[in-house]
Ligand binder design. Sequence first.
Ligand SMILES: Cc1cc2nc3c(=O)[nH]c(=O)nc-3n(C[C@H](O)[C@H](O)[C@H](O)COP(=O)(O)OP(=O)(O)OC[C@H]3O[C@@H](n4cnc5c(N)ncnc54)[C@H](O)[C@@H]3O)c2cc1C
Length: 520
Amino acid sequence: MTRDDARRRSLPDGMTSAAASSSALRLQADVVVVGLGAGGGMAFHDLAIAGVDVIGVELGDYFAPEDMRCREEVMLPKLFMEGASRGTFDQAITVMQGKGVGGSTLHNTNLCKRLPDPILDIWREQGVEDLGAELQADFNSVEELLDVHPVPQDRINANNDALFRGARALGYQHAVLSQNRQGCQRSGMCELGCPNNGKQNAAKVLIPPALAAGGRALVHARVDRILTRGRQVCGVAGRAIDPQSGAELQPFEVRAERVVLGASATNSAALAIKSGLPDPHRLTGRRLHIHPGAFVMGVFDDTIEGWRGVPQSAECTEFLNFGHDADQRVWLVSGFAHPGAAAGLMPGFGAAHASMMRLYPNVAAIIAMVHDHYSGHVRPRDGERVQIHYRPDLAELNQVALGMREAARIFFAAGARQVIIPTSPPRLLESPADLDALTGAALGPFNPSMVAVHPMSTMWMGEDPRKSVVNSRGAHHQMRGLYVADGSLFPTSIGGPPQIPIYTFGRRVARALRSTLPAR
Ligand SMILES: Cc1cc2nc3c(=O)[nH]c(=O)nc-3n(C[C@H](O)[C@H](O)[C@H](O)COP(=O)(O)OP(=O)(O)OC[C@H]3O[C@@H](n4cnc5c(N)ncnc54)[C@H](O)[C@@H]3O)c2cc1C
C-alpha cells in the first residue's frame, strides 16, 4: 500500500492513518491509550464519552465488515500478531493474539464469563484490594453494553451437542455458554473476523461512540517507547506501519501526561521493558499465564460439520477447580478449526494425512485448557515481536493429560467410534479402555501440539509495590501518569475466557484515571 492508498482508504471520522502522513506526526492530548483491544478499547471509550481529550494509538488496521473475507490465508496475517506465527520460544505452543482496531475481540469467539469468586479470593490474599460490589456493578454495566446472553438452544450445532451428550451421559457438570452477539448469521467464521458485523466487540460497540464523542484514533501506528520525564510519563513515540507490507515508515509522537497501556499481556510488558521503566523488583514481564489448550477430536458416524453455526456454546467444568492446591484444573470447551488449522492438527503425512482429513466432516472437537499454575515470562524482541518463555512442567502436563482423557471419555459417551489425540506419534483410541495410557509423563514439547489464546498477568495488580507492578486500579507503582488496562493486570490465570474481565478492568482503570484529571 502506498501513502496515497492509505490516505484514500476510508476511515471513520476521527480516525487517522499514521501511514498516510507524509511527515513525522506530532500530536498532543490529555491521555494516550496504547492498543484498542478489549481493555484499551474500553478505556478509550469511557474516557472519550466522559469528554476527556484522548488519543487511541493502534498498531493494526481498521476493518469494516466487508473487509472480513472469510479466508484463512487472507485474514490470519491481517488479524493476528506476527502474522499468526507467534509462539513460545521453542515454537511448541502457538500463541494467538489479535491486532487491529478491536484487538483480539475482532476474531474471538465471543464467550463471556465473569471472574470466578475463588479467583477474587486468591487475588485478595495476594494483596489486591477488595474489589467487592464495585466490580460486580462494572460487570453488570459491561455485560449490558455488550449485550451478553446465553446461546439460544436452536443455535447449538452438532459439534457442541456432542459435548453436551457425552457430559450428560457421564453425569459431568456442563453448561451453555453466554456470548456477546447481535445479528449473528451463524457463518461459523468468527475466528477470521465477522463478515456480518454480528459481534458486539470493541470495534463495533466501543470505538464508534468514542470517536463520535471526540476521541481521536491513530491507526497503523506502533508504539515503541513510553516517553518519560524523571518519574512522570509524558507520552509515547513509535513508527507508522504500512498496513499491507508491514514496512516501517516515518516516526510519530503523542505527547500526554497520562499513558494507558492496552497492548495486551505480552506487548504491554514488552513495551514497558523496552522503554527502560524503573522496575526495582524485576517484576515486569514475569508471571506470564497463557491458559494453554490441547485439542481432542472425536470421529462420529453422523455428519458433524463443526464449521457450521456458532462455534463454541458448550462447556464442561467437572474438572475445573480454582484452589491453590487444586489437583484438577482443566476447562473443557467445544471448539473447531477451519480447514488449514485442522490440517495442522490432524496426524500423519501424505496419503495417511489426506485420509484423516477426509474424516473432517465427521469430526467434533473439544479443547482442554489448563488453568495454569506454572508461569513463564515475556521479553521484547524487535518491532511487534516478543519472546515468550513458557514450557509447562510435569504438574501442568498432568493437567493436559487429564483434560485430554476426559474429553475423549466425553466423546466415547456421546457415541464416537474413534478418538484422535494429536500427540507425537498420534494416538487413535478405539474405546475408553485405551485412555489410561495417556499420562503427563508421556507428554512434552510438541507432544501434543498446543495452542494458547488467553495470555494474562505480566504487569499484575497489588497494593505492595515490592510484589506487584500496578495498584488495584491499574496505576503503575513506579511511574506517575502510567496505567495498565489489559490482560496484564491479572495476578493469576483466571481459568476461563478473559474478555469480560478485561473489558471490565478497562472500565475500572479509566474511572481511576479520570479522578486524577483536573475538573474542566
Ligand atoms: C482465537 C481466539 C479466540 C478467543 N476467544 C475468546 C472468547 O471466546 N472469549 C474470551 O473471553 N476471550 C477470547 N479470546 C481472548 C480475548 O479476545 C483476549 O483475551 C482479549 O481480547 C485481550 O484483551 P487485551 O486488551 O489484553 O488485548 P487485545 O484485545 O489483544 O488488544 C491489544 C491491542 O494492542 C495492539 N498493540 C499491541 N502492541 C502495540 C503497540 N506497540 N502499539 C500500538 N498498538 C499495539 C494490538 O494490535 C491489539 O489491537 C480469544 C482469543 C483468540 C486468539
